[in-house]
Design a protein around this ligand. Structure first.
Ligand SMILES: N[C@@H](CCC(=O)N[C@@H](CS)C(=O)NCC(=O)O)C(=O)O
Length: 205
């Protein structure tokens, strides 16, 4: 299967990490959304990444749909996402906070990076960055009591939290000055020692 997109997108990176953690074979096609619009449009009419092309040609769009499929085919023991009940709901809630931080941090980066300077709306940047900070504080609290956000091993909640943390460090470094989320950065450091996280670190450009 082919994963379309670059790991500088947090949504692509979390998908790459899931693929690696599950030991699934894939090829990554690193198309930038701002430049390779025609190529991406043939796979995803909304021109977004990540997108995935399965071996039979079927396409999956959005990291949530892609990871849902990866878990179905590659995680029969439900290690990354518990099968049911309160454990599943907790992992999904924490993973949702991480995913929400990614969305808000990307919104801020687009507002600051893609608009002509005179059209940047500072009030909007402040609002979405407040949402990023609130999410990071919640994940920091969840990371304070044990090695993992939930349970005794790494789950999708940890993957999303670390990817969100690392993305904000790169895209909004001023929000991370003086290590305001020490338990979360410690989790990111521990995970960063694993190949699936280290090998997918953002490549600028
Ligand atoms: N909800 C989507 C978000 C995907 C997303 O926003 N991707 C960005 C890259 S970080 C993108 O494709 N941006 C181009 C655009 O939206 O025009 C997911 O989880 O996959």
């Amino acid at each position: 299967m082919q994963l379309i997109g670059r790991n500088m997108s947090p949504f692509v990176r979390r998908t790459s990490i899931a693929l690696k953690l599950l030991g699934l074979d894939y090829e990554q096609v690193e198309l930038p959304t701002a430049e390779d619009t025609d190529k991406i449009a043939k796979i995803n009419p909304v021109i977004r990444v990540p997108s995935m092309v399965l071996d039979g040609g079927e396409t999956l769009l959005d990291s949530n749909a892609i990871i849902d499929h990866l878990l179905e085919v590659g995680d029969p023991e439900h290690r990354l996402l518990p099968a049911s009940g309160a454990d599943r709901r907790t992992v999904l809630r924490l993973a949702g906070i991480g995913h929400g931080i990614m969305e808000k941090a990307v919104s801020s980066a687009y507002e600051r990076g893609r608009r002509p300077k005179e059209f940047i709306y500072d009030g909007w940047v402040k609002q979405v960055e407040g949402q990023v900070e609130s999410g990071l504080a919640a994940l920091n609290e969840a990371a304070s009591n044990s090695d993992f956000l939930h349970g005794d091993h790494l789950t999708l909640a940890d993957v999303n939290a670390v990817v969100a943390h690392d993305f904000v460090c790169t895209a909004e470094p001023y929000l991370m000055k003086n290590d305001p989320y020490p338990a979360l950065s410690a989790l990111a450091k521990r995970c960063g020692e694993q190949a699936s996280f280290a090998d997918t670190m953002f490549k600028p450009g």
